[in-house]
Design a protein around this ligand. Structure first.
Ligand code: G4P
Length: 287
């Protein structure tokens, strides 16, 4: 599989973010709750130094709640890290985030001494949506450009917190193939970056194994398809993705399947889970 995606223009993003972090009190990293590990950039850990770090597990409305809880537990084992699932589109969901910022920086948040926060994360995780919801108005969408520029303005949230008006844009690391597939399945890296049929097979294989009842339920199937290929054929027939001669057009079927998955039409789905902890007893069992 070839990934046709390279954010060459993001080369300076880390340097710029490192500079900005020196002037802020709390880092709000936005992750996709469906794939919190693969949607992070692990270099941020070194940049934030000892600054409090909130990992927002956004798009909580699309993710499996049980898995999200496991991620929150996992992240909060890390020193100085708090994790919060939310849907950035919902104003009420952002209130706990404000409270968390206030609790993490108790010495600031006073007149003339606001808590300075910045939002960072890879493209498409919902950074702009979160900033807009927090600000209560539409700020500029930054797309996938490194948006930490000298023109960054502070938005007063009128609750003792000021926020950069543009988020720090990191790039997904895609160091392993599975992670790249998960990012593609979630829509984070764009449809022209990877071949849709391969991504559809990957997502299909995972869903058949992990969420079989959601698959049969969504497509009204009596039996679970035996393979990702059979699943895409069944989906293609159901959604009318046909080529000449009545055969299923696999690429169109994969695209339709991925659209459904991303929009949450199959149900709440997480694409990755924390690794189970290795206990001393487990280690002892290894020959
Ligand atoms: P970014 O700044 O990190 O690049 O992401 P952005 O806010 O642009 O959000 C990327 C997509 O994710 C948008 O959808 C946005 O609506 C959606 N999104 C953000 N937060 C949430 C959430 O909590 N739940 C759900 N379900 N979706 C969320 P889009 O289709 O690209 O744009 P649009 O249809 O909203 O215009």
């Amino acid at each position: 599989m070839t990934i046709r995606w390279f954010p060459g223009h993001m080369g300076k993003a880390l340097e710029q973010i490192e500079e900005l972090i020196k002037r802020i009190d709390v880092v709000i990293e936005v992750l996709d709750a469906r794939l919190p590990f693969s949607s992070s950039n692990h270099k941020l850990a070194a940049l934030r130094r000892t600054k409090p770090w909130i990992k927002v597990l956004n798009k909580h409305d699309l993710a499996d709640q049980v898995v999200t809880k496991a991620w929150v537990r996992e992240f909060e084992l890390q020193s100085g890290v708090r994790a919060l699932p939310l849907s950035a589109k919902k104003h009420a969901d952002t209130k706990p985030l404000i409270k968390l910022c206030q609790g993490l920086v108790p010495k600031r948040g006073k007149p003339g001494m606001p808590i300075r926060a910045m939002v960072v994360g890879i493209p498409n995780v919902g950074k702009s949506t979160l900033i807009n919801t927090l600000a209560g108005r539409n700020m500029a969408k930054v797309g996938d450009r490194p948006a930490v520029t000298t023109t960054t303005q502070l938005i007063d949230l009128h609750n003792g917190i000021v926020l950069n008006d543009t988020p720090g844009v990191l790039w997904p690391e895609m160091s392993d193939q599975e992670g790249a597939y998960r990012l593609a399945a979630s829509g984070a890296i764009g449809d022209n970056a990877m071949d849709s049929t391969s991504v559809g097979y990957f997502a299909g294989e995972y869903l058949l194994r992990r969420y079989p009842e959601l698959v049969t339920g969504r497509y009204g199937l009596q039996e679970l398809p035996g393979s990702p290929h059979d699943l895409l054929v069944a989906v293609g027939r159901r959604l009318g993705c046909l080529a000449g001669g009545g055969e299923v057009d696999l690429n169109r079927a994969a695209e339709a399947f991925l659209r459904e998955l991303r929009a949450g039409r199959l149900g709440r789905i997480s694409l990755e889970e924390p690794l189970p902890a290795v206990t001393v007893a487990d280690e002892g069992d290894v020959e």
